[in-house]
Design a protein around this ligand. Sequence first.
Ligand code: ARG
Length: 460
Amino acid sequence: MSKRMWGGRFSGTLDPRIDALNQSFPFDRRLAEQDVAGSLAWSRALVRVGVLTSKEQRTIAGGLEQVRIEFATNKFRAHKSDEDIHTAVERRLIELVGDPGQKLHTGRSRNDQVATDLNLWLKAATNDALAGLRELMLALLDLAARAGDTALPAYTHLQRAQPVLAAHHLLAYAEMLGRDRARLEAAHRAADVMPLGCGAAAGTGFAIDRRALAKDLDFRQIAANSLDAVGSRDAVLDYLSALTIAFVHFSRLGEELIAWASSEFGFVTLGDTAATGSSLLPQKRNPDGAELARGKAGRVAGHLFALVTTMKGLPLAYNKDLQEDKEATFDAHDTFLGVAGALAATLEGVAFAPDRCEKALAGGHLLATEIADYLVRKGMPFRKAHGVAGRLVQHAETAGIDVSQLDLATMQSEAEEIGPDIAKALTVRAALRAKQAFGGTAPKRVKTALATWQRRVATW
Ligand code: ARG
């Protein structure tokens, strides 16, 4: 006789090679708390349909509490037959309370059970992720504030383009993280739908009041189609894609910090709390936190792609393939929390090096556009003004200087509209101030944008 929960129709035993592959308990034991909570609510629902007496339900509740404690205190003793967390909890419950425990699985399937456990887990996980994101955002805004009026080159094609405030550059990431938050909140809402009461595939055979059950489990919505409820993992995919997109941002921020901290850029220094040493090269200060933010982005994106690929060919409804969702999701979640914290710590250890930033602004003709804009203000059509500025850059290159350093006579040789007042337009500060339309890097705008984000994050 098989000791399996599902052993009734079997007389032989499962080949250990299949059994080993099938085992999910080593990783889905992480759902113990959710599984107990779901079972407890289910036992109450069974009282309402007359399957359990109140007394039996109290017995079950006591047993489940014992199981919960065993997991919470790491005292749960797994059996070889514990295929997954659901069978483990039920097996132990029956051991503890006997007959009433045998009734708990009435009208329920591991299919609606696992989908419910996962959604419960996702709701807590998205909240934890939001807290991690907040911590990172605070560190980002703090660095933007500390950057003060430091300006550095904005790049296009990794060619120096125009001066911007360092704070403006950082606030670009604040926008991205702001959208990440919205995606995590959406993933939370997607998980706030209860599959329980959908049974194995067709729905439960008992007149369960699923609204009341959802209220009991604190779900806002109930899944409306049993096949969808047990056969879909959209909420997991939503979470993984929200994490993946956030990781795109973490990775790009990491990449920039790595570049900025290099001797080639030198725009920032990394304090001792944020740099690691080399075992061989004594001079090294390595940005490992930023590098791992970049490196682990591939891993999390991999989890998303893996599950998307797993899902895409599955017939309705539940298939064991779906068991692959958990390791991916747990690892993506843990990786996200670890990286959000480490990246926050890295930002806390970053300080701008204003003189190195200043130096980078001095070469590269970053103010060439200002010449064109100046000429437009004097009435010249932009396309012509662009041509003038381009030729002046050529003059400057021949002379081996920056375009802002050309003498007035040379400038006037290309456009007589240029007057001595050009000097006032050809400074980094003037260039910054000129970008005064909403969204630009004018210091006043950046100050407001920073204050806006600080105000917003206070309510996160
Ligand atoms: N361990 C399974 C999973 O994670 C639980 C559902 C199993 N359902 C079943 N009919 N075998 O997906």
